[in-house]
Write a protein that binds this ligand. Structure first.
Ligand code: CUA
Length: 348
C-alpha cells in the first residue's frame, strides 16, 4: 500500500535527479526557516510575556551579532538556492550542440511531432535514450504547454512563435506527456506518451516511418510548388537572397542590424517577409501567411537547414537533382507553373 503512494513521478532524464534534489532542499530550507521562526515565536511569547501591568523590559539596541546573523545566514542560504536555480535554468534553456532536432505542434487538442527523418506522430513521441533531443514548438491556436513529468520538462507552446525545450532520457520506458496550460474544453484530453527507446530500437522505428520522406524533402517540394525558387536562386544572382549556407549564419539587414538565421527568423521571413529585409535586397516578397500551415513552414525550414551549414543535417532525400534544375523533374512545378500570384517567372 505504502509503495503505491508516490510523491514524485518517475525520474528518467539527465536533469530530473538534480531537480528533485533541488526541490527537496528547497522544501527543507523553507520548512526549517519557517519552523525555526514559529518555534522561536512561541518560545518568546512564553519566556518574555509581561508579568505585571506596569513591567518595563530593559531596552536593548543595536545588538550587532544577532542582526548580522539573521541577515547574513538567510542571505547566504537563499542566494545559494538562487544561484543553483539559475544554473538549472540555464541547463534546460541551452540545448547541447549535438541534440537531435525535432518539431512539435500543439493544436486543439493534440500534439503533433515531426522527426527530421520523416516520421510524423500524433500524441506520441519516440526518442532514443542517451541522446539530447531538442524540440522546437509552436501552436496552431491557443497556448498549450508541453509537459513530461518524468523528464521534469515543461515549456509553454505559443501561437505565432517558436519556443524550444530539450531533454535527454536516461531510462527506456513509456512516460506520460501532458498539456499543462488550459487550452479549451478538451484540454484534459490532450495527453500522449513519450517512448524512450534504446538507440537500436529507435533506429528500427525510424526506418519504419521513413517512407513518408524527410521533412527537408517535403520542404523542397513546397519550395518549388510555391514558386520560392523563382526569386531565391542558388547562383546568388536572384532577386532574393541565396538560401544556401544560410541557416545559423549572421545576416546583415538593411538598416545596419544583424540577425541570426534561425528557425524563428526564417519562419518570420516566410510569414511576414517585410519584417526584416536583407541588406541589398528589395522588399518584394509576398506574405505566405494563411497559405502555409505550421507543418509546411517547418518543412521549408528543414529544407533551408539542409542546404547548410548545420552540422549533421541530412540532405533532402530527393536531391538527385540540384535545386537549379527545378521544373525538369516530373511532379515538381517549374517557374511557369507556380500558383503563387506574387511571383513572376524568371526574367533574368
Ligand atoms: Cu493544450 Cu491544454
Amino acid at each position: 500500500m505504502i509503495s503505491r503512494i508516490r510523491l514524485l513521478p518517475d525520474s528518467a532524464s539527465t536533469v530530473s535527479g538534480e531537480y528533485d534534489l533541488f526541490f527537496w532542499l528547497m522544501v527543507l530550507l523553507c520548512g526549517a526557516v519557517g519552523l525555526g521562526i514559529a518555534v522561536f515565536l512561541v518560545y518568546s511569547v512564553i519566556r518574555y510575556h509581561r508579568r505585571s501591568e506596569n513591567e518595563l523590559p530593559p531596552q536593548i539596541r543595536n545588538y550587532i551579532p544577532a542582526e548580522a546573523a539573521w541577515i547574513g545566514i538567510p542571505f547566504i542560504l537563499f542566494m545559494g538556492m538562487y544561484a543553483w536555480g539559475a544554473k538549472l535554468y540555464f541547463d534546460v534553456e541551452r540545448p547541447p550542440d549535438n541534440a537531435i532536432s525535432m518539431y512539435a505542434i500543439g493544436k486543439q487538442w493534440m500534439w503533433k511531432i515531426q522527426h527530421p527523418e520523416g516520421p510524423r506522430e500524433i500524441n506520441e513521441l519516440h526518442i532514443p535514450i542517451g541522446r539530447p533531443v531538442k524540440l522546437t514548438m509552436t501552436s496552431q491556436d491557443a497556448i498549450h504547454s508541453f509537459f513530461v513529468p518524468a523528464f521534469r520538462t515543461k515549456q509553454d507552446v505559443l501561437p505565432g512563435r517558436y519556443t524550444s525545450t530539450w531533454f535527454e532520457a536516461t531510462t527506456p520506458g513509456k512516460y506520460h506527456l501532458f498539456c499543462a496550460e488550459y487550452c479549451g474544453t478538451k484540454h484534459s484530453g490532450m495527453i500522449g506518451w513519450v517512448y524512450a527507446m534504446n538507440p537500436h530500437d529507435y533506429q528500427l522505428w525510424l526506418q519504419q516511418g521513413a517512407a513518408e520522406g524527410s521533412l527537408a524533402s517535403t520542404g523542397e517540394k513546397l519550395f518549388h510548388q510555391y514558386g520560392c525558387a523563382n526569386c531565391h536562386h542558388f547562383t546568388g544572382h536572384g532577386r532574393a537572397p541565396n538560401l544556401q549556407n544560410l541557416y545559423g549564419r549572421q545576416i546583415a539587414l538593411a538598416g545596419g542590424e544583424t540577425v541570426v538565421a534561425d528557425d524563428t527568423y526564417i519562419r518570420e521571413s516566410i510569414l511576414q517577409p517585410r519584417a526584416k529585409i536583407v541588406e541589398g535586397f528589395q522588399s518584394i516578397m509576398p506574405t505566405f501567411e494563411g497559405q502555409l500551415s505550421e507543418e509546411q513552414v517547418i518543412d521549408l525550414i528543414s529544407y533551408i537547414k539542409a542546404l547548410g551549414p548545420q552540422p549533421g543535417a541530412e540532405l533532402p532525400s530527393s536531391s538527385g537533382t540540384a535545386p537549379k534544375d527545378y521544373g525538369t523533374q516530373p511532379g515538381i512545378a517549374g517557374p511557369g507553373a507556380t500558383s503563387n500570384a506574387g511571383s513572376q517567372p524568371e526574367t533574368r
